[in-house]
Write a protein that binds this ligand. Structure first.
Ligand SMILES: Cc1ncc(COP(=O)(O)O)c(C=O)c1O
Length: 375
């Protein structure tokens, strides 16, 4: 591929001396788990997010599991969420013994639709007492409509838990940091995320002291060192990953700015030829984790782009309500039409911060040529 969906070697290469210094610091200290690197990372991210607590964990998946668990999600409960997300979002619900309720997305933003949540609540008032959380995902780096979801959830006493795995640096429609608004927010530092580790890592942010304490306890077997109050696990973020993340954190703004500039150029050059994602109005801030367009005849366009040396990806071609792992929930094709239409039509173009201007123009030319060839 001439232009790939991610190029971590190009992104990290210039930072190699800083990374080496960070690893040297950790190795000379000889402490690899729950040490000062993690403490410094947690402090920096809590400050950045405006949250009272940030708790580093081993992955975004673990962040979801621990955050939902700390909010009381468990057997017999229901969690309203989007079917148009990475599978991890809803699997965390099922792993806790609760049941995901999939509600359709807003076609303009591809995020959980507040009117669809309202409609579900109105149609299932007998089930409302069992709803333990509403779990929006800030898909592709655009914050969900949290004010509207809070207005629905608040009066019912239902906590909002944010899956902000793709959205570090994003701001919601009210100008609040994505992942800091709900009872708890979950982040992933998978290597290709806007802030990525050199392996697996994640974080839970919250301003609820009790919930933070629960997440802290459960990430390390439910207690320490000799008293274990509850069942936990090993969900810790290690010192080498924390050191790498601390090295990358000062570059996040610049990287997100580059993503924004690429998104603006794509919108300008492609907006007349296909459906490009809408930029939210200020004070919302989109961090463009992915640049996802809609194209009729998508699969032919994907093939034409691959032939031109341009990598693409599908997020997500099979929505969660139609995945085999959720088959027993009984959803049928056609039930969540906006989600299914998005799954059939969308296509992600390269938008990582290591793209050169030349790469971006090459993608644009290849997309326009592919559209013409497949029209
Ligand atoms: C929306 C969403 N939720 C959860 C996750 C899970 O994060 P991780 O891969 O770090 O477990 C990811 C990313 O992979 C994601 O994109």
């Amino acid at each position: 591929m001439r232009v790939r969906m991610a190029d971590l070697a190009a992104l990290h290469g210039p930072l190699l001396p800083e990374l080496q210094a960070a690893f040297q610091r950790v190795i000379q200290r000889g402490r690899y788990v729950l040490g000062p690197e993690l403490e410094a990372l947690e402090e920096a991210l809590a400050l950045r997010l405006g949250a009272a607590h940030a708790v580093g964990v081993a992955s975004g998946t673990d962040a979801l599991l621990l955050a939902l668990g700390a909010a009381g999600v468990g057997p017999g409960g229901l969690v309203i969420t989007t079917p148009y997300t990475f599978v991890s979002t809803a699997q965390a619900v099922t792993r806790l013994g609760a049941t995901p309720v999939f509600v359709d997305v807003d076609p303009a933003t591809l995020n959980l639709s507040p009117p669809a949540v309202r409609a579900w609540l109105d149609a299932h008032s007998e089930l409302t007492p069992r709803v333990q959380a509403i779990l929006p995902v800030h898909l592709f780096g655009r914050a969900a409509d949290l004010p509207a979801l809070e207005a629905l959830a608040g009066p019912l006493g239902i906590p909002v838990i944010e899956d902000a795995a793709q959205a570090l640096g994003a701001m919601d429609p009210a100008g609040r940091a994505a992942g800091s608004v709900g009872k708890l927010g979950c982040f992933s530092f998978f290597p290709t995320k806007n802030l990525g580790a050199l392996g697996e890592a994640g974080l839970v942010a919250t301003s609820d002291h009790e919930a933070a304490e629960r997440v802290r306890r459960r990430r390390s077997h439910g207690g320490a060192p000799h008293r274990f109050d509850e069942i936990g696990g090993n969900h810790r973020l290690d010192e080498l990953q924390a050191a790498a993340l601390l090295t990358f954190l000062p570059h996040l703004e610049r990287w997100n700015a580059r993503r924004r500039a690429v998104a603006a150029r794509y919108a300008e050059a492609l907006g007349r030829s296909l459906t490009v994602p809408a930029e939210p109005a200020a004070p919302a801030v989109h961090v463009w984790h992915q640049y996802v367009v809609r194209v009729p005849g998508r699969d032919a366009v994907v093939a034409a782009l691959a032939a031109a040396g341009v990598g693409t990806a599908l997020y997500y071609p099979v929505p969660l309500h139609l995945q085999p792992c959720f088959q027993e929930l009984g959803y049928r094709a056609g039930e969540l039409p906006e989600t299914e239409r998005a799954a059939a039509e969308t296509l992600a173009l390269p938008i990582h911060p290591a793209l050169s201007d030349e790469d971006v123009e090459l993608v644009i030319a290849a997309v326009l040529a592919a559209l013409e060839a497949t029209a």
